[in-house]
Design a binder for this molecule. Structure first.
Ligand code: SF4
Length: 63
């Protein structure tokens, strides 16, 4: 599973990070770090919840 990060849509709400800080990395200003995220099988549930929590739809899930 992979998370496609649309950095241009991120508004810095940090909800993804609040759900799964070990998966979603934020920069110093609270925006998601650019670059897609490869998710380990054990982290898929947390990654899913984090991606779905983004109000800007900046995080797409690719299976
Ligand atoms: S929840 Fe969405 S808008 Fe907020 S930091 Fe994460 S990617 Fe950005």
């Amino acid at each position: 599973m992979r998370i496609i990060v649309h950095r241009d849509k991120c508004q810095g709400h940090a909800r993804c990070w609040a759900m799964a800080p070990h998966i979603f990395e934020l920069d110093d200003e609270g925006y998601i770090v650019a670059g897609d995220i490869d998710v380990a099988p054990d982290d898929e549930k947390d990654a899913w919840r984090g991606a779905k929590s983004c109000p800007e739809r900046a995080l797409d899930i690719e299976k």
